[in-house]
Design a binder for this molecule. Structure first.
Ligand code: GA4
Length: 333
């Protein structure tokens, strides 16, 4: 309860405005690629409509995941205790460094082997129902992530359309999938404030594709540092620029800080696909995106180096800071 009180005082009086100007991009329109580029540059966050993924695919997985989240806490904790690694069911502990939130979640590697393993871990009876719902959903959002990245490459006038998407097309990609459940927090009824569900952070990967039920709670930080609330939309997907894409575009695209606040009365479920390269792959600014004389802002790194460093920092830390080149200093030398 101490944590709750601390967090309440932290969040009191912070009421970010609803951001109705979230770039909303209709993927069936011919101008979508230039709008995607603009949104990634200015906000690092956008919504896509006409994405071709049936609502049924989203609802099916959400309801299968809710079957697990609705089990008695003891059963879920047994599943957590039996986990051989960080994948599977988790509760309240978000990051390896003590970051906590009012959240429970399922974390998977976005490949068939992990989907099948976790399905068996969670559902002793009939694991195939969750397994097939998760496989269908993950393959659909992976394709959507690739489509969006290919449109972005087009919009940036890069000949090789797969320049970004190729990173997670290979067998060994380190892409993840996470289903977050933010249970309502009735204690908040008494005090007019919110509680942190998932603390502020950027996503380390190339791109994230997020879908939530129709409960709000997600907030993003704009360029000027103000926090705005994202209106929920369960039929659309939100695209989040990750650190790796910011690096590849040498800072042109913005890896956006975001966080989730829990609600007093409504349960929020979000499902996020995180598109990442293989651990041995190298991420660095792409020379073909740099203007003549433009300096590289980042030191290159392998994906495993980056994730290793990510696990050593807390959520709110500026994870990319350790890989920034001090361009100004170099000029002065
Ligand atoms: C934050 C964003 C995603 O939820 C996540 C998280 C990941 C994890 O849960 O394993 C991390 C966290 C997230 C950032 C720093 C590292 C990695 C926990 C952690 C301490 C799945 C992701 O990719 O990065």
């Amino acid at each position: 309860m101490v944590v709750l009180v601390d967090q309440i005082s932290l969040m009191r009086n912070q009421k970010p405005s609803l951001f109705s100007d979230i770039p909303s991009i209709d993927l069936s329109k011919p101008n979508s690629k230039s709008l995607l580029v603009k949104a990634c540059e200015e906000v690092g966050f956008l919504k896509v409509t006409n994405h071709g993924i049936p609502l049924e695919v989203m609802d099916r997985l959400e309801s299968e995941a809710m079957k697990f989240f609705s089990l008695p806490q003891l059963d879920k904790e047994q599943a957590e205790a039996a986990r051989p690694n960080r994948f599977g069911y988790g509760n309240k502990i978000i990051g390896g460094n003590g970051d906590v939130g009012w959240v429970e979640y399922l974390l998977l590697q976005a490949n068939q082997k992990s989907i099948s393993q976790i399905s068996h871990q969670l559902f002793k009876e009939k694991p195939d129902v969750f397994c097939s719902a998760a496989s269908d959903y993950i393959s659909s959002v992976k394709k959507l992530a690739c489509d969006v990245l290919e449109l972005l490459a087009d919009g940036l006038n890069i000949q090789q359309r797969t320049i970004f998407s190729k990173h997670f097309m290979g067998e060994e990609n380190d892409s993840l999938f996470r289903i977050n459940h933010y249970p309502p927090c009735p204690e908040l009824q008494a005090v007019d404030c919110n509680l942190i569900g998932f603390g502020e952070h950027t996503d380390p990967q190339i791109v994230s594709v997020l879908r939530s039920n129709n409960t709000s709670g997600l907030q993003i930080s704009l360029k000027d540092g103000t926090w705005v609330s994202v209106p929920s939309d369960q039929t659309s997907f939100f695209i989040i620029v990750g650190d790796a894409l910011q690096v590849m575009t040498n800072g042109r695209f913005r890896s956006v800080k975001h966080r989730v606040l829990t609600s007093r009365a409504k349960s929020r479920v979000s499902m996020i696909y995180f598109g990442a390269p293989a651990l041995r792959e190298r991420i660095a600014p792409l020379p073909l995106l740099m203007a003549e004389g433009e300096k590289s802002l980042y030191k290159g790194f392998t994906w495993s180096e980056y994730m290793e460093s990510a696990f050593k920092t807390r959520l709110a830390d500026n994870r990319l800071g350790a890989f920034e080149k001090n361009v100004k200093l170099i000029d002065e030398i």
